[in-house]
Design a protein around this ligand. Sequence first.
Ligand code: GLU
Length: 463
Amino acid sequence: MVVTRFAPSPTGYLHIGGLRTALFSYLWAKKNGGKFVLRIEDTDKARNSEEATQAILKAFEWLGLEHDGEITYQSQRDAIYAKYIKQLLDEGKAYKCYMSKEELTELRETQMLNKERTKYNGKYRDFKGIPPEGIEPVIRIKAPLSGEILVKDGVKGAVSFQAQDILDDFVIARADGAATYNFVVAIDDHLMGINEVIRGDDHLSNTPKQIVVYDALGWDLPKFYHVPMIHNSAGKKLSKRDGATDVMAYKEMGYTPEALLNFLVRLGWSHGDQEIFSMEEMQELFNPKDINKSASIYSTDKLDWLNAHYIKNTSNEILVELLVGYGLTLTSHDKKEVLLDALKERAKTLKEMAELVKEILVTPESYDEKAVKKAFKGKPIPILNAFGAKLAAGEPHLPSDYHALMEEVVSEMKIGFGKIGMPLRVALLGKMGGPNIDVIMAVIGKEETMLRIAKAIATKENL
Ligand code: GLU
């Protein structure tokens, strides 16, 4: 059975790079009828917070990514790590190192002066004497001194590391007994039955160390997939400046989970030139062997495009529910359907949609100066009055009814459509832009339309 995992360190919010590898891991487990488990790597007490763990769980909940079974917290597993440290010590595969801080610093400085790689020199590897007093030892693992460590990576192919270039007998337990990062990752991945590890390629250089741990304990290696980073359009590693990287900020900005997940699955993975993937399709088609070898490029336009697609395809009923999260309650508005149908064709985000709706439903308090100047040059007042009279006399309901009345004014007064359209738009919204005015009028109704026209005329007269 395929078991994958997501193993975040709760040092801050969940960022989209992490979410992407979580999604890949989730999809691969689902596709294989396997398990996707969650491990919180909270061993760094100074930098971890419960708040960050909660933020990660909240983001998962929003996106509908469910993990299997209980969450594993590394902070609760000291006894397990201690057991394996003891085992390695007993088997002579790890040893106590009594090197003092000063000695280590001196060693490092000498190596740097000689332009050598800084590494531990193995002083206590085969030490048999009496240890120096007053020093709490760290535990080091016996790493191979020569030869190669081969990472058979599902994305990168076989990556060979020369032991002498990258390894030394690294510390697996600090002087206070705390097990170290690469050690616990290997222990946990094995004990949790994880056999496919999909993670960012910033972890590739850790993998040889983790392999040393697996080998020392005689365990089979999982299959590794190291996913290239996400870059910005300038080809640099994605940073906060390139937009929000906190997953929950995407919710605030009005992106839907479907769009965000679809966006992320395409960052570094492809299936022909298909762009739109439902969750079902992602689960059916995702395969880590198709992960691209080069970095992927983050594009806000692409995300907006996908989001617009999903908004357009969301039922009005569900949109009403979603828009509540953006401060808009559309309970009994009788023209809800017309309004949402019109706006979902043009809104890129739910937030934008909520704002558009509010703009339409509320009588303008003020008028954009530039728009007034542009729309009210010429003689719009008689035109607006003529239209007002048509409204008063008629029974318009549908956008097409309003449109027909505008057409009548245009042909009777022998004017271009813009002569009525522009001032009417400013009267209705207080500014240029927005959806079709016949839709706006149909939504707010005849009385409110007449009121807004009268208000705009009065304001114009006061200008
Ligand atoms: N905790 C690590 C991180 O957040 C991930 C470890 C792993 O995936 O092996 O970067």
